[in-house]
Ligand binder design. Structure first.
Ligand code: CA
Length: 625
């Protein structure tokens, strides 16, 4: 057994044990909820704040007796069903269990057996995803149904209905687990899975962005243990896991929304008030307070109450929740939803505390901005006048998305065609680390890429060759590898269709070559060839980028890392192009031979290189002898 696999098995066993333990505890303390439900010994931050929830407990005496734990403070809030308990934990405390006792007039009314687990020694040095990875974004309800017994659940309001594009279709963690080999075989090294936590709302729950329990996987996807197993198995196949987290809002049916701890837990209005979704107002020097407040405090949707992260009890709850999931599940990264929507200082504090526990970890923020300047504002270490530092290393590169979706379908012009991409990259001086930008051609909120390029396979190939060889961390949305189509304006169901073959009853199975059309197979193999090579190419995953101004629709660039070099030539024009090699001596550095990555054939440089119409050429250069 490899040590990796051994660790995976061990982690699973520990997770199972924890679950059994806490299932049995719940029975004894059903009237008391404590979050986080357990914690770890040996964390960097000695402070732990427990949210304790039970009927009329606020006047209770709290007693905790465990060597190395100091009960620092007990906070009452407006709602008498809550207590917030601040603990200080010694750095060298022994893992173990202790009782949290609540009493009134000397009589014990509640006990909760709390546990400090032993921290996994390797967790502190856990390496997050980085530019060597290609991330696959998948929507768990729509990817594969590996367990039909959980499609509906007695405790969950919404039941499965695969005929409803906005309904639950039954996809789950088991479905992802069953298809890890497919992802590995494609050359994928990371997964961003859309949210998996409980969304026990009436309807439209499949997407997962209206959480009703921050500590529990939705039973229609599986259990917490299933999630831990998935992470371990993915790791054993060289695939990292990125958890999708949402701090701006929760679901309307969250238990603490139904019995709010206090005023100022969420933003409340006399009547439903929606955010203006104009994150630009937050960096706009002329913005009115009215616009900024509406942006930050308005609700994302009717079923998504807007949490007030300025309340330290709220922000602490959310920060500890992130750390809990990282430690518990072994994930390699977080994708933070709607990064600009909570107060930016709180998001920075959140990221800082996560990195204090896990310095090598990574986070990508969904900074959905139209401009490079505003996107870069949300990346760690970007330098702007107000001194703000988000502490979040990766940001979603929407300006690049805008360029990719248009560049390959329009005639060349001074600002059109390949020039769009050139202009985006020429503004990289705005970013502290553009290599950490998450780059993509589509995602769960956008038109399917094959639809964006009017079903033009050549445009698809040019774009994918570019996406996988330029700077940044590429992301591929599930289904894009076999040219799935869909339009956002037809409803989100159209861009989040089921992966054919993920359901037993499906007549077509696109997980296998046999199920695909010739065109789908061509697209898949093209991607797979570049993906498999990319992970071995330090020039692409670590190297510098040098490019040449596009000419006649031809865009040429080099990636270089130490003595490893790659030349990429993209002919976006409809005609063949003979390009003069002499223009690229600076990048070629005398190289005369190389290998064509897409065909696998040797390549020899002559005075001119003949590019076929719409050809993407990726050449790994041989060093000058
Ligand atoms: Ca299922």
């Amino acid at each position: 057994m490899t040590s990796k696999l051994h660790k995976a098995v061990l982690r699973t066993a520990v997770a199972l044990f924890i679950l059994m333990l806490h299932t049995s505890l719940l029975a004894a303390t059903a009237d008391l909820k404590v979050e986080p439900p357990f914690w770890w010994a040996g964390m960097q931050n000695p402070n732990l704040q427990l949210l304790v929830y039970g009927t009329d407990i606020s006047s209770s005496e709290v007693d905790i007796d465990y060597k190395g734990i100091k009960l620092e403070r007990v906070q009452k809030v407006e709602n008498t069903n809550y207590l917030f308990i601040d603990l200080v934990i010694d750095k060298d405390i022994k893992p173990g269990k202790f009782k949290i006792k609540l009493s009134n007039e000397g009589k014990t009314t509640h006990t909760y057996e709390y546990e400090l687990l032993k921290r996994d020694d390797s967790s502190i040095t856990r390496k997050g995803f980085d530019p060597s990875d290609v991330i696959y974004l998948l929507m768990p309800d729509r990817f594969a149904n590996g367990d039909i017994s959980n499609d509906s659940h007695p405790a969950m309001i919404e039941k499965a209905d695969r005929s409803n594009p906005s309904g639950r279709h039954g996809g789950d963690i088991a479905g992802i687990t069953n298809n890890l080999n497919y992802l590995q075989d494609m050359g994928i090294t990371g997964m961003w899975i859309n949210p998996l936590l409980e969304n026990n709302n009436e309807a439209y729950t499949y997407h997962g962005y209206a959480i009703t329990d921050f500590y529990k996987v939705d039973p229609r996807f599986g259990s917490n243990v299933d999630y831990v197993n998935l992470v371990s198995l993915a790791h054993s196949k060289g695939i990292k896991v990125i958890m999708d987290m949402i701090f701006n809002h929760c679901g309307i049916n969250h238990w603490f929304i139904k019995d709010l701890p206090m005023k100022g837990w969420i933003h409340e209005f006399p009547e439903f008030t929606r955010s203006n979704f104009r994150a630009e107002s937050l960096t706009d020097p002329y913005a009115s307070e009215y616009d900024k407040n509406l942006m930050l405090q308005g609700w994302f949707d009717k079923n998504m109450p807007d949490l007030d992260q300025r309340n330290p009890l709220v922000s602490n709850y959310l920060i500890q929740n992130s750390i809990w999931w990282i430690e518990y599940s072994g994930i390699d990264g977080i994708r933070m939803d709607t990064q600009p929507y909570p107060y930016k200082e709180i998001m920075a504090e959140w990221a800082k505390r996560v990195f204090e526990e896990y310095p090598e970890f990574n986070i990508v923020g969904e900074a959905w901005m139209q401009r490079e300047s505003m996107t870069s504002f949300y990346q760690k270490d970007s330098q702007f006048g107000d001194g703000y530092n988000s502490n979040i290393p990766s940001v979603t590169d929407f300006p690049m998305y805008n360029a990719i979706t248009r560049a390959f379908t329009e005639p060349e012009g001074w600002t059109d065609g390949m020039a769009r991409i050139y202009y985006v990259l020429a503004q990289d001086f705005l970013y502290a680390n553009p290599n950490y930008n998450l780059i993509f051609a589509d995602n769960h909120d956008l038109n399917r890429f094959f639809t964006s390029v009017n079903k033009d396979v050549d445009a698809f190939k040019l774009a994918m060759a570019f996406l996988l060889t330029t700077r940044g961390i590429p992301m591929i949305y599930y289904g894009t590898e076999y040219l799935m189509e869909g339009e956002e304006h037809k409803g989100h169901g159209d861009i989040r269709k089921d992966f054919p073959g993920g359901w037993l009853s499906d007549s077509v199975n696109l997980f296998t070559s046999e199920g695909r059309s010739a065109q789908q197979e061509e697209a898949f193999r093209f991607l797979q060839t570049i993906l498999k090579w990319r992970s071995t190419s330090e020039a692409v995953t670590k190297g510098s980028l040098k490019h040449y101004i596009p000419q006649d629709g031809v865009y040429v660039y080099f990636r270089e890392w130490k003595d490893k070099r790659v030349m990429v030539m993209l002919n976006n024009s409809k005609g063949s192009q003979a390009i003069e090699t002499s223009r690229f001596t600076e990048g070629l550095k005398g190289a005369r031979h190389g290998k064509n990555i897409i065909t696998g054939n040797p390549f020899t440089f002559r005075n001119t290189i003949l590019l076929e119409p719409r050809q993407a050429l990726i050449i790994e250069l041989e060093n000058r002898k």
